[in-house]
Ligand binder design. Sequence first.
Ligand code: KG4
Ligand code: ZN
Length: 331
Amino acid sequence: MTILALETSCDDTCAAVVSGAGEILANVVSSQGVHDRFGGVVPEIASRHHLELVNAVVDDALARAGTELGAVEAVAVTQGPGLVGALLVGVATAKGLAAAQRLPLVPVDHLQGHVAANFLAPAPMEPPFLCLIASGGHTLLVRVRDHRGFEVIGRTLDDAAGEAFDKGARLFGLGYPGGPALSRLALDGDASAFAFPTATRVPGLDFSFAGLKTALLYKVRELGEQETARRAPDLAASYEHAIVEALIARVERALAAEDGPRLAIGGGVAANRRLRARAEGLGVEVHVPPPELCTDNAAMIASAARWLEPVPFPDYLGLDAYATRPRRPAA
Ligand code: KG4
Ligand code: ZN
């Protein structure tokens, strides 16, 4: 089965073509690059750009896959969570494409997509495993029992890990998204130069990044403008270290309670060099998708769709996007 997938939950306009076996035939991501000057994503601007880009991105994905809409067997799309205006562009486009060919439509949860990045060829990880999902909007530790869903066992009590990267980056005057920029700045720094809190006193598997962000703010104020600029690589490396250690501390706790501990990671923060290295060094079986499958993309949405119930034509025409994940009863 050939699946065409669309992902427009935030500021990247994405389309991909994936085979039923999980081979990526095309994976196109158009980053809008217009939110930088605002220090974050402006929802209205994101929606408008999706509208301008989406058809070209879909055409590009089909062309790169060497196929055409007539050969596609299902259309998948991110239904939520995310920016509703942005999601609606993807959902409306997917409905149109699917309806034109009388194809089934598969609505996909964005976070399930991040998990399903681990199911893609050439070396998929098969459930069961634990998965750390760390992105700009979410930080979750989940148990993956099958290909269709997950159970949340830990979540952030305040900011997401990606948000902590982005807010920290802003204090250094770096652009959006801040994670990659802060990580680059940290390359020349000493991660042990400053001791930032990792909230490991928060018991259990929940995360907290608000104290860390405040600690950086106070340190920057204490050092003053000139000294902050001089020590920026050390500050960035220490801050990045604290975020990664906070994530890894919960992962280790969760793995310790497992019978056959196996770990996968996903979400934009899983593209982080330091986190990837730490995860790979945990001494258990670990699956780390390539960085371009960690940050938002449509191949992961197509991957998730392979195991979900397709909605037949025309039942999906009334399908709506959702901004936040509906709470499902525990399985
Ligand atoms: O999954 P994602 O692309 O979009 C959301 O679903 O939110 O994650 C975006 C987040 C941003 O906060 C970005 O700063 C962060 O992932 N990120 C990184 C890196 N690449 C992206 N954070 C740290 N290091 C990176 N290399
Ligand atoms: Zn994401």
